[in-house]
Design a protein. Structure first.
Length: 253
């Protein structure tokens, strides 16, 4: 039986890789994204809506639409996130701090809030939160992103405790550095902040893992599909890394 899967920030990057992976196994997939252009380009067979994950009114309206169209939900991937500012803590702008937490943390909470009634009603379901290895180790010059991703893990563990009695599992996936345009932007900003070349920063990211390479979005998607499957029926409340085993979180500092 196919699952009904909602993925926030699912029109590009990791979210789109998740959408494709779930769709490939025959699931019904509905993604949201704040990027209207990316929403319009989502592959055929995947539903897509233009939604700001940090806007409660938009999220409430979206989940009401999901309920009307599908009558329920089986899997939530709370994936919305932005890199936030790259700056030393003494130079941190409070508005930029709040903006980063709004998407990365408030967006995750709102997705969980509005998905929960569907999952409770059927006595089953899976919530997956996209955190980061930055939410386990910390990353210099990325304070708001790190703070949000640590908080997402705490949110996930609390949700797993609250909803476990209703047959609902919750886990967090913690990607390391993932190949794609987003990590390119992160590396460029970090290189500028540290006075290094982008090539040196990228080599440092890869060299900080036991496998010596960056992940691909498909690696994260494969973990999401597994955690949503019956094969993971006793896996809940866990923060699971997909990072090639980070052995030095900031090898070039």
């Amino acid at each position: 039986m196919s699952a009904r899967v909602v993925i926030t920030a699912g029109a590009s990057g990791i979210g789109l890789a998740m959408a494709r992976a779930f769709a490939a196994r025959g699931d019904r997939v509905w993604v949201t994204d704040v990027d209207a252009g990316a929403v319009a380009a989502v592959p055929e067979g995947i539903r897509a809506s233009h939604v700001d994950a940090a806007d409660e009114a938009q999220m409430a309206a979206f989940f009401a639409e999901v309920g009307a169209a599908w009558g329920g939900l089986d899997v939530l991937c709370a994936n919305a996130g932005i890199k936030g500012p790259t700056a030393a803590i003494e130079d941190m702008d409070l508005a930029e701090w709040h903006g980063c937490l709004a998407v990365n943390l408030d967006g995750a909470m709102l997705a969980a809030k509005y998905a929960t009634p569907f999952l409770k009603a059927q006595g089953a379901g899976v919530m997956l939160f996209t955190s980061s290895t930055s939410g386990l180790y910390g990353t210099p010059f990325r304070a708001p992103y790190v703070a949000a991703k640590w908080a997402v893990i705490g949110l996930m563990k609390t949700v797993a405790m609250e909803l476990g009695p209703f047959g609902i599992r919750a886990n967090a996936i913690c990607p390391g550095s993932v190949n794609g345009p987003r990590i390119d932007r992160v590396i460029a900003a970090e290189a500028e902040a540290k006075g290094m070349t982008a090539e040196a920063v990228r080599a440092g990211y890869a060299g900080g893992t036991a496998l010596g390479r960056l992940s691909d979005a498909e690696d994260i998607a494969a973990m999401a599909v597994f955690l949503a499957s019956d094969g993971a029926r006793m896996v809940s409340g866990q923060a699971i890394t997909v990072d090639g085993f980070t052995i030095n979180p900031d090898p070039k500092v």
